[in-house]
Design a protein around this ligand. Sequence first.
Ligand code: UD1
Length: 430
Amino acid sequence: MSEHFDVHGGARLVGEVEVVGAKNSVLKLMAAALLAEGTTTITNCPQILDVPLMADVLRSVGCEVELDGDVTRITTPSQLSHRADSPAMGKLRASVCVLGPLVGRLRQAVVALPGGDAIGSRPLDMHQNGLRKLGATSSIEHGCVVAEADNLRGSQIWLDFPSVGATENILMASVLAEGTTVIDNAAREPEIIDVCTMLTEMGAKIEGAGTSTLTVEGVERLHPTEHRVIGDRIVGATWAFAAAMTRGDITVTGVDPHHLDLVLEKLRLAGADVTTYDGKGFRVVQDVRPQAVDFVTLPYPGFATDLQPFAVALSSVSEGTSMITENVYEARFRFIEEMVRLGADARTDGHHAVVRGVDKLSSAPVWASDIRAGAGLVLAGLCAEGVTEVWDVFHIDRGYPYFVENLNRLGARIERVTTDPERAITEEQS
Ligand code: UD1
């Protein structure tokens, strides 16, 4: 069966929408549960495809995982397997986050190279170098990262770039290393703080969460905990852009607006009226056509690369010309080819894109290449004349819980259409 969305253009989105736990947090928290024998409970989990996929990864190394609505319970046995090379590994990027916990706990790991969004080159050199600094050997063999250590010893580690995944893997290995580890140029994303918070609840000793220097004092063992995932700032921002693009009025709850300070400031510059509710959410009202603004993607607290498709989509219907600079994942500009199908006036030159706003987009069949590009195409379809077909929507399902339902509740007209490919071929032939 193949699925696409029919997105009817022209709706103004109005209403309230609740954001649940962050995809890029929950998957790492699930991996962190490997560090402690017993049952770890994670609440406010989003009901997205990547959560059961990550559950399969954990089961493949010996855990029992129960998914119960927005609660995930992971029971980690005393004897874990060090081999995480099941087919589930290749289906998502975050699967690589079992590497750090397995090395921390077992001093050895064989972890299949991860899958996930095709957004550009995604090497693991910083993950491996970090583990080497802690005293492990690390190589790539037969499609797997193989790491082994007689003992893990705290060390000073400088990252070339504040990589989210490398910070998390090194952190999760170092909490059970001997002595002190200092990770410099660490990533500062709110999801890293969330992982640090849960590890601390489990008994880890970490200082500097949310800063560029993380200091970890290794402990002998961790214990299970119950932890609530932080709200998904990327999903929250998606709704903020949806309000701005459809000249709508959307109140978003369940996400800390401070995690979106820069994003909301950009929308203010575009002409939106933004109100924030401390720690709880925000409201974006856009009454006039958005004005063009420039965007530059950078690690947090910069403008997130995951939001770049929304910046392009907003710019394509704004008044004026925007320059968008992508500094993290070069292949993300593939999204622009799909926007051009919808009538956007956009072109790229290296890691810059120039987008001249047009009065109207027009519907066309388009293809999602990753989670955020897919959601960006849906928002563009809402601003296009006619019915836009967005294909490969499984990408969107990996990151957005109840996306179609939430959009329709806000006043959009969007339908999920399931096609039997064999029937489609037969009809074409007849
Ligand atoms: C995470 C997010 C992803 C987001 C990205 C950047 C998850 C599951 N995914 O991905 O949605 O777009 O952060 O905010 O949390 N790099 C190296 N060597 C390494 C590691 C990374 O060169 O060893 C490079 C990457 O190619 C990329 C940059 O560093 O150019 C950032 O990558 P990183 O922060 O590691 O992204 P992920 O953790 O994979």
